[in-house]
Write a protein that binds this ligand. Structure first.
Ligand SMILES: Cc1cc2nc3c(=O)[nH]c(=O)nc-3n(C[C@H](O)[C@H](O)[C@H](O)COP(=O)(O)O)c2cc1C
Length: 362
């Protein structure tokens, strides 16, 4: 069985270990353009020894962003901005990935530290959020989304394809589609957000359509030799959510449409998160394991993965193939180095760059 520091091979990509940087919005872009912040933030994570770095939820259109500070891939200048970041990540032994996204009815929000709530309608940076149905998320995101027309659905699909092409052309090696966390794709799948009566709502087939069509269209342009992955919200822990069997069937069909790897996460389709078992280490891992086994796809999950010994165990026992880690890596980009120490391991190759390794290895 592999362990935390075993390589992970998928398609033509090899990760140096099983530690992956989970996508993390930085809300620090201007007009969707990355800047020095993103280079230093992601560069530090690459230097820190993780195997995979998935850059933050990046809007496929201006309205696809969560906040005005989110990154974008709706024009070529934005794509070019990623080049030095990709180069740095690869030079330091990690694989550069990106998550592309449309925020749907959760879009047009303020940065978390500025309130996390929908921007006022008359704010010059605000836009009209869209969704499958005119149902507000609620809580601090009260704006009723515009119900998308079939033409608008086709447009978003084309935006995902164009963003994937740009990600490909600029050199990303791993693409993650954001089909979780209550953003647009997830909200099409969830009966809590989707009450359409056309081909995109109602039955399982119809609620799955947006995700499956978008995935298939992206697969057409994303190279066969590179992993196409998705983060899917498989449960919400609330009344009225889709049954787990539907989530599993969705992922089975995603596999048939060309998905190579699944990152299991939550739905977040309502503000009620009171039943989420927040305190437990890796509380989604048993669900991820079940999905990985039933569907037959390599699998990751996140949420409270931070203890090196328990994380190593998740890999050794085959519960997950990769550990997607967010906050523990924010607080310590050198978590891989410290994990090796905690596990009493000889320092694996490439976990520290030479200018650090020479001093710290002994
Ligand atoms: C600052 C921050 C930004 C995040 N942004 C994203 C994002 O862009 N896309 C996404 O899918 N999840 C996002 N998440 C969720 C994380 O990727 C991760 O799933 C979650 O934080 C649980 O992992 P953790 O317990 O290791 O923090 C974000 C989390 C944090 C803390």
């Amino acid at each position: 069985m592999p362990d935390l520091f075993s390589e992970f091979r998928i398609k033509s990509v090899t990760l140096r270990n099983r530690i992956a940087v989970s996508p993390m919005c930085q809300y620090s872009a201007t007009d969707g353009m990355v800047n020095d912040w993103h280079l230093v933030h992601l560069g530090a994570l690459a230097r820190g020894g993780s195997g995979l770095i998935v850059a933050e939820a990046t809007g496929v259109s201006p309205e696809g962003r969560i906040t005005p500070g989110c990154t974008g891939l709706w024009n070529d200048a934005q794509a070019e901005g990623w080049r030095p970041i990709i180069r740095f990540i690869e030079e330091h032994g990690a694989v550069p990935g990106i998550q592309i996204a449309h925020a749907g009815r959760k879009g047009s929000a303020a940065r978390p530290w500025e309130g996390d709530c929908h921007l006022a309608i008359d704010d010059s940076q605000a836009w009209q959020p869209v969704g499958p149905s005119p149902i507000a998320f609620g809580g601090i995101l009260p704006r009723v989304p515009h119900e998308m027309t079939l033409q608008e659905i086709a447009r978003v699909r084309a935006d995902f394809v164009a963003a994937a092409q740009r990600a490909r052309d600029v050199g990303f090696k791993w693409l993650t589609l954001h089909f979780a966390h209550g953003y647009l794709a997830q909200s099409f799948f969830s009966p809590l957000a989707n009450q359409r009566t056309d081909d995109y709502g109602g039955s399982f087939e119809n609620r799955a359509r947006f995700i499956l069509e978008t995935l298939a269209a992206v697969r057409e342009v994303w190279p066969d030799h590179l992993p196409l992955t998705a983060r899917v919200g498989v449960l919400d822990y609330v009344e009225g959510e889709q049954p787990m069997e539907e989530s599993i069937e969705l992922i089975r069909r995603m596999k048939a449409a060309g998905l190579d790897f699944i990152d299991v996460s939550m739905g977040f389709n309502t503000p009620d998160v009171s039943r989420v078992p927040w305190g437990e280490h890796a509380f989604l891992a048993p669900i991820a394991q079940r999905i990985g086994r039933e569907v037959g796809l390599p699998t990751a999950t996140s949420w409270n993965i931070n203890d090196p010994v328990k994380t190593d165990e998740l890999i050794r026992t085959g519960q997950i193939d990769l550990a997607m880690i967010a906050r523990a890596l924010l607080s310590d980009p050198h978590w891989p180095y410290h994990a090796a120490q905690a596990l009493g391991r000889e320092l694996p190759q490439n976990v520290l760059p030479p200018p650090y390794a020479f001093w710290l290895k002994r």
